[in-house]
Design a protein around this ligand. Sequence first.
Ligand SMILES: Nc1ncnc2c1ncn2[C@@H]1O[C@H](COP(=O)(O)OP(=O)(O)OP(=O)(O)O)[C@@H](O)[C@H]1O
Length: 606
Amino acid sequence: ELSIPHFTSACIFAAAGKQAPESFYSLLRILVAVSLSYGIFAGLRGFCFSLLNTTLIQNLRAELFRSMIAREVAFFDSAEVGVLTSRLGSDCQAVVRCLSSNINVAARNSLQCIGGAIYLTWLSRDLALACLVMTTVLWGVALRHGAFTRRAQRAYMNKLADTNQVAQEVFLLSRVVRTFGTEEREVGRYKLQLRTLRRISVRQATAYLLYLASNGSLFHLTKVMALAMGGGMALAGKVTGQQLTAFVLYVEFVMAASLSVCDQWGGVMEAIGASERVIDYLDAPPAPQLDSGKVLETFSGRVQMRDVEYTYPTRPDDPALRGISITLEPGKLLALVGLSGSGKSTLVAMLQRLYDPTRGQVLVDGTDLREVDAAWFRSQIGVVDQEPRLFAESIAANIAYGMEDVSQEQIEEAARLANADKFIWSLPEGFDTKVTDKLLSGGQRQRIALARALVRQPKLLVLDEATSALDAESEAAVAAALDTAMRTSGRSVLVIAHRLSTVRNADWIVVMQKGQVEEEGTHEDLVLGNGIYSQLVNRQQGDGNALQPQRMTLASGFESFDEDDHPSRQRPFEDDEEEDQKANVLRGPSLLAVLQEHVGVEGRTS
Ligand SMILES: Nc1ncnc2c1ncn2[C@@H]1O[C@H](COP(=O)(O)OP(=O)(O)OP(=O)(O)O)[C@@H](O)[C@H]1O
């Protein structure tokens, strides 16, 4: 490409009759060959860089995703999902674009600049110097505009993220919007964001106008200047007409190339920032909770917590667990109860080794959990969370999640144990039905999650309020199935209980408060004692004030102190004065009183 202006001017002068016609045709042939080879090489270069771009971006994203997913759970507690996805998306793109495009174009144009400048200096040193001055001014304007554009672009991207956030929130809460009839309000909120976006765009457009106006004229003025100076020199016989033509063509060539280098500069700077952020994530070590270690030959299901303390990194002064010592025995059911925020879920997280204790030990058949192979240990436990999350895959795939060799029969058997088989079969494609956002109710999700835990035939089963969304009948069926499975397989079960019926049947009950074990024992022991447990039971029996402002995890259990009295087992619309009063006591009389006083509700409150 660098030689094209040279041959072009030579060709023009050959055609103007200054040289023999043969030389015109041979110059023309050279120009054709140069143009064709330029096209072919440019195409090949573009193709190679596109391939490089695709490969690099895929590899970088895969590596980054791998290193992110291997981070400690505590990292995800504080990280924002939007930030992580933008690291994977736009930051990776910026890094790769820089390598495969910005650097490529900048390198090519720099070479052209240097080549062109050498040629210009060879033609006329004075003219080259004058052009250099003008080109420097051009660079100054271009770099300034580049800096402004970068700032404006960043502001635009941030605002765009806010705008998207508004839309995303409204789509997610579409039911709430409809219920409260706030469609117009939300449209107004979205439009407000769009107006700010427009203001930024207008500023960008104005800057672009100034840039084009100044650099556009400077660009051509430089050529005019070269022509004026060169023309004077030609008139004085210092340069030939052909040299002058070549010179003007090269001035244009060099300036276009140097402006292009300025354009790439912004991209390179942006990519350096993005690559630093990406490298921070790539360099982070994987979580120790994924380490390989000892695979125990047998695991009885015995897990012991010895003086365990845990402090969340985000709350260094407020330990969530303080000196917990409990033991889960094989074939036994241990129930954990306590007020909301007392540390039950944190304790469950320690058992799964999502976090390591800041003090104390978790022992698996006497071996410190930190020495045990993480993958092996996780294959031995089944956990159902408070809010089970399912993947947008088939129900069967969700149940078999994380297992390699699992048969359809095993999946169906697990679903049956979790009392989920009937509703799964009633779905359009049975076990092959794809899970979508609104397809399943809370209780149905819980039962699928339960099946997912049971199909692994775990030695340790942890249920964190896992049946809270089930109706009484389903829960009883699940409880019975679990009981049989537990007793026959000798697995240990830890349950954070939602209903008293479950707690009462536990072999051992641990009552937690403020991250500590406040009391423990069997239901009978604890009721006889004068601790929190018995007070809660007595309070429920006495004033019926179960619905305390601070929710008790056992609240509904205490509501249903007598299993037959559980509200879900009552006939809700029974027209019976006595039943009404009983229901009021169970559901909280204060609510009825408030309604009667403030809203004038009389009689039934349902
Ligand atoms: N990821 C976290 N980062 C910081 N603090 C946390 C985190 N998770 C829980 N906590 C805090 O740790 C304490 C114990 O919380 P935890 O969720 O274990 O209680 P819980 O007994 O399971 O409550 P609930 O019955 O409402 O689920 C609370 O004070 C809570 O605010």
